[in-house]
Design a protein. Structure first.
Length: 148
């Protein structure tokens, strides 16, 4: 299970495993009031050449593993939500991709956004893809995910 927290990636990078992660007050699955430390998992994020260590916790009752993740990123994405949104806005406004990221990666985001919008918001396709992007976030959907 992923628990999103407001943290700065730079701080995690600087402190590594010594970063002071806040222990969850309870298990999000069974509401047990104590979770144990369960080590770390390494993840790669845009802008960093080394892996960052994210803290994991484990519930002794239901055995749920809770992985801490920055709120600024969608699950399973290396780029931040803001970077993805800015890239898509640039493409839709100027008709070409910004030069700083991989074109196949950016095309993946755009094609998935179109697919998500058609699946969940067919009426909003007329109001624009960036409006659909925000509406999908409001519906707790990942607008650039390939999973419908």
């Amino acid at each position: 299970m992923i628990q999103f927290v407001a943290v700065m990636l730079k701080d995690i990078f600087d402190k590594g495993k010594e970063f002071p992660w806040e222990r969850p007050s309870k298990c999000p699955k069974c509401d047990y009031n104590k979770v144990w430390g369960h080590g770390f998992v390494s993840k790669l994020f845009d802008g960093f050449t080394e892996l960052l260590w994210l803290k994991r916790w484990r519930c002794p009752v239901c055995r749920c593993i809770i992985t801490m993740r920055p709120k600024s990123h969608f699950p399973r994405f290396q780029a931040s939500q803001k970077d993805i949104q800015d890239t898509l806005e640039h493409r839709l406004t100027h008709g070409k991709w910004p030069p700083d990221l991989s074109p196949p990666r950016m095309r993946y985001w755009l094609s998935n956004l179109k697919r998500q919008a058609r699946a969940h918001l067919p009426q909003s396709m007329k109001s624009g893809l960036m409006t659909a992007y925000q509406r999908l976030i409001d519906l707790d959907k990942i607008p650039v995910s390939c999973a419908i």
